[in-house]
Design a protein. Structure first.
Length: 518
C-alpha cells in the first residue's frame, strides 16, 4: 500500500471517532475581491475590527451574506489572505462556514473543529450536529462549523482523481516488506502524489499550516461579531485551538480541547506513542471479543494477538481479492483495524471484518478502510487524505537522525509487536515540494483564561499522556479525565465529562483540575 499507516498515523490521525458517528492590496482591487452582500435575518453582529491593523481591515471588516442551506443551517463564505504575512498581496482564499443558530437565546458563537488535519467542519455540523455538541450548547450557542484552508469546500488541496487515489491508498508495492525495492516503490508513489498536489492546488501548499489556520479562526471570530473566541476542538483541533490561544491569548474565550495533541513532541515521538496506543486499544478489543460470542479467535489475549499477527502476515504474502477487483494487502487490513478502534461502538464491525478475512473475504475490511479514507462507491467524498498530508508536511520539522529513527522503531517493535510490521516506513513528507515551516514546542498561552483539556485513558489516536502534557503546559490548563476506550471524551455518554464541559461553556464554571470521570 502506498499510503502506509505510519505515514498517515505518525503525525495526527485524520478521523474523528470511527463508525459510531457515521478547509492584496489596500485598494479598490482588494475590496472588490471580498464579497459584501446584505445581512440576512439572524445575521451576526457587526464585525469586530477593534485594534485591527490597516492592511487587515478589508478582511476583518467583511459583512457576511448568509444563505439558507437546509434543515436550520445557514452557510456563507469568508475571504482570507492566502499569506497572512503579506495580506495586501492580492492573493486570497475562501473559507466555507456553516451556522446552526441557537434554538434558544444565543450567548454568541461556538466554533468547532473535528480534527484531522483535513476533516470537514462544515460536514460535521451539517450532518452530525448533535454528535458534535450536546443539546444545551445547541440551545445556547450559534454553533459554527468551518472547513479550514485546504479542506473540503474551502479553497482546497487537490491531488489525484479517484483512480489515482485508489492506486495511492490501496495498491501493494513491489518488493519484500522492508527491502530497498519496497522502500523505493513507496517513495516513488509518495513523489507522484506530492507532484500532483503541487500541480493541482493552485499554489496554496506553502500556506497550508496550522498557524495560518489559527489566524483564519481569529478572522472568523471577528466577522461573526464576537469579541472573544469560544471553541470546541477535537483531536488535531486541540492543536489548532492551543495555537490560537498562544497567538491571541487576549481573544481566547472559553476553549475546550478534547483528545489532545502534545505540541511539544516530535513526529517520531508521535509515531511511537500512537503505535503503542493502537496496540493497547487492539488488546482491549481482543479481550472484549474473546469474552463475547462469535469471536474468530480463542485462547488468551496474547494467543489471539499472535493469531492476528499471523493473519496479517498471511494477507501480506497473499492479498485478498474483493468483488470490485481491488486487492486487500496487510497495510489496508491494518487501516481497517485502526479505523474500527476509534470507537468501541465499532468493535463489532472489526470482529466481522477479521472473521471474513480469515475465510478469505475482504468485504468488511474494505468497508472499514474505505470509511477511513473517505471512499464511497468508488468516489472520494472529501479531500481529507490530501489535506492531512499538506498540513503535516508543513507543520512538522524534518527528522533525519538515523539514531532517533532507530530508537523509535525499537520502541514500536517492543511495545506494539502486532502493529509494528505495518507501521513504519519511508516518510512521505521527505518528498513534499516545500520544506516545513512549523516547529515543535510547548504551548503556554500566557494571558489566556482557563482552557479545559479532555483526555480519555485508552484513547488510541491521541494517547492520554498527551492530554496530561498539554494541560500541564498551558498556564491555566484544566485536565478532565474520561476513563474508558475510544477517541475523545465529550458527548460520548459520560455524564460527568458532559456536565463539566457544558457548565464551562454555559456559565463559565471551571471544574476542578484533575476531575476524573469513571
Amino acid at each position: 500500500m502506498n499510503n502506509r499507516p505510519t505515514s498517515r498515523f505518525r503525525r495526527t490521525v485524520a478521523v474523528l471517532a470511527g463508525l459510531a458517528a457515521a478547509s492584496v492590496m489596500l485598494s479598490g482591487c482588494l475590496y472588490a475581491m471580498i464579497p459584501e452582500g446584505a445581512s440576512k435575518p439572524g445575521a451576526t453582529n457587526a464585525p469586530d475590527t477593534e485594534g485591527v491593523a490597516e492592511d487587515l481591515l478589508p478582511f476583518y471588516g467583511q459583512t457576511l451574506s448568509w444563505s439558507d442551506c437546509g434543515a436550520g443551517f445557514d452557510c456563507t463564505d469568508v475571504t482570507a489572505p492566502l499569506d497572512w504575512e503579506e495580506p495586501d498581496s492580492g492573493k486570497t482564499i475562501t473559507l466555507s462556514v456553516v451556522r446552526h443558530r441557537a434554538t434558544g437565546t444565543a450567548e454568541g458563537s461556538l466554533l468547532t473543529n473535528p480534527g484531522g488535519p483535513g476533516a470537514s467542519g462544515v460536514d460535521l455540523i451539517k450532518n452530525s450536529l448533535d454528535y458534535a455538541v450536546g443539546a444545551d450548547l445547541i440551545a445556547n450557542y450559534d454553533v459554527i462549523g468551518f472547513d479550514p484552508r485546504g479542506v473540503g469546500q474551502s479553497t482546497a488541496v487537490t491531488c489525484f482523481d479517484a483512480k489515482g487515489m485508489d492506486a495511492y491508498l490501496y495498491s501493494i508495492p513491489a518488493g519484500k516488506r522492508g527491502s530497498a525495492e519496497w522502500t523505493d516503490a513507496i517513495l516513488a508513489e509518495h513523489k507522484k502524489f506530492a507532484d500532483a498536489c503541487e500541480a493541482n492546488s493552485g499554489g496554496i501548499l506553502p500556506y497550508i499550516t496550522t498557524i495560518n489556520s489559527a489566524r483564519d479562526m481569529d478572522l472568523l471570530r471577528a466577522v461573526l461579531g464576537d469579541k472573544k473566541l469560544n471553541y470546541l476542538g477535537y483531536s488535531y483541533g486541540t492543536f489548532l485551538g492551543a495555537t490560537y490561544a498562544e497567538l491571541y491569548p487576549d481573544r481566547a474565550g472559553r476553549l475546550v480541547l478534547d483528545g489532545a495533541i502534545d505540541p511539544a513532541v516530535s513526529g517520531l515521538d508521535v509515531s511511537a506513542t500512537q503505535a503503542l496506543g493502537f496496540e493497547s486499544a487492539l488488546r482491549a478489543y481482543m479481550q472484549s471479543c474473546l469474552d463475547g460470542r462469535n469471536c474468530p479467535f480463542n485462547g488468551t489475549v496474547d494467543e489471539a494477538m499472535t493469531d492476528l499477527g499471523a493473519l496479517l502476515a498471511s494477507v501480506d504474502a497473499t492479498p485478498l481479492k474483493s468483488g470490485d477487483g481491488r486487492m486487500l494487502g496487510a497495510d489496508s487490513l491494518m487501516t481497517a483495524i485502526i479505523a474500527a478502534l476509534y470507537s468501541q461502538d465499532s468493535w463489532s464491525y472489526l470482529t466481522q471484518a477479521l472473521d471474513e478475512a480469515l475465510q478469505g473475504d475482504p468485504t468488511t475490511a474494505f468497508l472499514l478502510a474505505d470509511f477511513y479514507n473517505g471512499r464511497e462507491n468508488g468516489a472520494y467524498t472529501d479531500n481529507s487524505s490530501e489535506a492531512f498530508r499538506a498540513y503535516n508536511c508543513m507543520d512538522y520539522p524534518v527528522e533525519d537522525d538515523p539514531a532517533a529513527k532507530a530508537a523509535s522503531q525499537a520502541k514500536i517493535a517492543e511495545g506494539a509487536p502486532t502493529v509494528a510490521p505495518y507501521w513504519d516506513g519511508p516518510d512521505s513528507c521527505s518528498v513534499w515540494p516545500y520544506p516545513p515551516t512549523g516547529t515543535r514546542g510547548e504551548i503556554h498561552a500566557k494571558g489566556a483564561g482557563p482552557i479545559l483539556v479532555v483526555g480519555t485513558t485508552n484513547d488510541p489516536a491521541t494517547p492520554y499522556e498527551w492530554s496530561e502534557s498539554l494541560a500541564s503546559q498551558l498556564d491555566e490548563g484544566v485536565l478532565i479525565t474520561r476513563v474508558g476506550e475510544g477517541h475523545t471524551g465529550y458527548n460520548k455518554g459520560n455524564t460527568c465529562v458532559d456536565k463539566a464541559v457544558e457548565a464551562y461553556f454555559l456559565d463559565g464554571t471551571v471544574p476542578k483540575d484533575g476531575l476524573r470521570c469513571e
